[in-house]
Design a protein around this ligand. Structure first.
Ligand code: GDP
Ligand code: MG
Length: 177
């Protein structure tokens, strides 16, 4: 909370998980800085970025964590998940193996979380529709089975990026305010 009248503040930790190269870092840079990097390798270099939005007149800050490429070695640590109240679980619609990994990421998230986590399944790179290897219906079905929100996004052309993050933030707010 703050000293401004009615000016309560919230800070929520959100993690982005999913296989290497699905676009996690670019989703974050698109959302937080409106930037896209076509040549990003493993790391953009920061641990997290903070982005604010207003909900019901409250200043709600999301501290969004990005892996530094550890997922390549299956070495995302418990510190990464600690305190997270939201998660984006990302796959690449043009690479089926990344969709098949989603169950493992959900297990890992569950193992490391001790609270309600607002979760969104994200099928990224929807601009690559001509290379699609996972249908929208399959994404939706998996999300429904697991009780997650679902959205296809493109960090490249910005489709649904803001919407996806903001849906998670609103759900966290509903859980914790
Ligand atoms: P990360 O390893 O999951 O963090 O993935 P990156 O954000 O580093 O992206 C991996 C590669 O996919 C990079 O070459 C990006 O430019 C590319 N990429 C990320 N998002 C998109 C997208 O929405 N569409 C397309 N076509 N390429 C993307
Ligand atoms: Mg990355």
């Amino acid at each position: 909370s703050s000293d401004e009248e009615g000016g309560e503040e919230y800070l929520f930790k959100i993690v982005i998980i999913g296989d290497s190269a699905v676009g996690k870092s670019n989703l974050l840079s698109r959302y937080a800085r409106n930037e896209f990097n076509a040549h990003s390798k493993a790391t953009i270099g920061v641990e997290f970025q903070t982005q604010s939005m207003e909900i019901e007149g409250k200043d709600v800050k999301a501290q969004i964590w990005d892996t530094a490429g550890q997922e390549r070695f299956r070495a995302v640590t418990s510190a990464y998940y600690r305190g997270a109240v939201g998660a984006l679980v990302v796959y690449d619609i043009s690479r089926r193996s990344t969709f098949e990994s989603v169950a493992r990421w959900l297990d890992e998230l569950k193992t490391h979380s001790d609270t309600t986590v607002a979760r969104m399944l994200v099928g990224n790179k929807c601009d690559l529709d001509n290379m699609r290897a996972v249908s929208v219906e399959e994404g939706k079905a998996l999300a429904e089975t697991q009780g997650l929100f679902f959205m296809e996004t493109s960090a490249l052309n910005s489709t649904n990026v803001k919407t996806a993050f903001e849906m998670v933030i609103r759900d966290i707010y509903a859980n914790f305010s």
